[in-house]
Ligand binder design. Structure first.
Ligand SMILES: C[S@@+](CC[C@H](N)C(=O)[O-])C[C@H]1O[C@@H](n2cnc3c(N)ncnc32)[C@H](O)[C@@H]1O
Length: 211
């Protein structure tokens, strides 16, 4: 069982929020996502942010490796998804939602061609060694011109074992230097997260656009 399966089975899902993400609500309109376009939500968990995006008229495609998370997302919406199984993934579909159950890093290139993506607690959930593969997935699964909203945390990595892993702004610029433009929309110091015993922690919000 992976760390993530264990977290879901034992209900240690402290990252899950019962409200919409305030940075998404604040910045989504400004990134210029195609109206009614498809939005990819990698490592989606059972995030309520998918509901907010669907309410804005988007079709939402989630990627999640823990089946319990996928099933819980639909059950909590009183939706009964249709299931379809391919070699790599099982897809769950209902209304505006399609969730791929499987490894988000193992999706075959061009399986999707989304217009936008939303990353909250996804890239920072992955170890540094997996980041290049994650960015390659975004290259492979998005249409030219697609826009993304990325929310990060950065803190001295030696002060805490991830996840969440520290993702400094310089690393975001480096990772997306090939085939994307990167614009930082906001950066804030987080005082309320210092309880984790970190000497400093900040959060940045980026607009990223595929060229
Ligand atoms: C920190 S949680 C964040 C969930 C969601 N983005 C949110 O904001 O609530 C990370 C999620 O990614 C899933 N996950 C981790 N690695 C994955 C992978 N390689 N492919 C698909 N899902 C993955 C975990 O099961 C977990 O639900």
């Amino acid at each position: 069982m992976t760390l993530w399966h264990e977290r879901w089975v034992t209900e240690q899902i402290g990252w899950h929020r019962p409200v919409y993400n305030d940075m998404m609500v604040k910045h989504w309109a400004s990134i210029g996502a195609k109206p009614y376009g498809t939005v990819l939500v990698p490592l989606c968990g059972k995030s309520l942010d998918m509901v907010w995006l669907a309410q804005r008229g988007h079709n939402v495609i989630g990627l999640e490796m823990v089946e319990l998370a996928v099933e819980t997302f639909f059950r909590e919406r009183n939706l009964t998804p249709e299931k379809a199984t391919s070699q790599q993934h099982t897809t769950y579909r209902s209304g505006p939602y399609t969730v791929y159950h499987g490894d988000a890093l193992a999706l075959e290139a061009n399986t999707l061609q989304v217009d936008a993506w939303y990353d909250r607690a996804a890239m920072i959930a992955l170890p540094a060694t997996a980041r290049d593969g994650y960015v390659q997935q975004l290259r492979d699964q998005t249409s030219p011109g697609a826009v993304g909203l990325l929310i990060t945390y950065a803190y001295p990595q030696e002060e805490m074992e991830g996840p969440p892993f520290s993702l400094p702004d310089e690393e975001v610029y480096r990772l997306f230097s090939d085939g994307f433009t990167v614009e930082r929309l906001e950066k804030m110091q987080l005082e309320d997260e210092r309880g984790r015993g970190l000497s400093t922690i900040s959060s940045s919000v980026f607009k990223i656009q595929r060229i």
